[in-house]
Ligand binder design. Structure first.
Ligand code: THU
Length: 163
């Protein structure tokens, strides 16, 4: 069972290896540009994201922090909200950049769930300032996830006193 799942996962990853090196490089550069806009007076941790939509439009985002700490928004969610509010819901990839040179920036759990809302089958590039990157799918970052399709199951069960 596990080996079957593993081989289908490998196939899935290969199918999504379709962006050219140049496109990936440019997307990472755009995420690094977005990082320069970060509003992070509290953490001083700059993050940028560049989201590539199906029609090849790129939406950039940065983290936007707040004096009321828990109201801060990550770069990835800024970019996704910008895209969705412009009518775009289908994505090929997102590149994420930070100032950490010793490790790839890794999206937080909330951002992984927000990415997953728009499909499990697209690519996330976790980068370092030198442009090197780790390529993962949303599914790999958030396995066994809960998504919009699961909510339709709700209609199967009739909950008493919930009308
Ligand atoms: N942050 C992001 O914007 N994206 C990530 O992938 C990780 C963390 C932000 C949130 C906060 O503004 C700062 O980085 C420190 O956690």
């Amino acid at each position: 069972m596990e080996s079957v799942q593993f081989s289908s996962e490998v196939k899935h990853v290969k199918e999504h290896d379709s962006l050219s090196q140049d496109v990936v490089k440019k997307l990472i550069q755009q995420s690094q540009e977005a990082k320069k806009k970060a509003y992070c007076p509290y953490s001083k941790f700059r993050v940028g994201a560049a989201l590539l939509a199906h029609d090849n439009t790129v939406f950039i985002g940065c983290n936007v922090e707040n004096a009321c700490n828990n109201l801060g928004v990550c770069a990835e969610r800024t970019a996704i909200s910008k895209a969705v509010s412009e009518g775009c819901r289908k994505f090929k990839a997102i590149a994420v950049a930070s100032d950490m040179s010793d490790q790839y920036i890794s999206p937080c759990g909330a951002c992984r769930q927000v990415m997953r809302e728009f499909g499990s089958d697209w690519t996330v590039y976790l980068s370092k300032p030198d442009g090197s990157y780790l390529k993962m799918t949303v599914k790999e970052l958030l396995p066994v996830s809960f998504g919009p399709e699961d909510l339709s199951m709700k209609k199967v069960i009739d909950i008493p006193d919930e009308h």
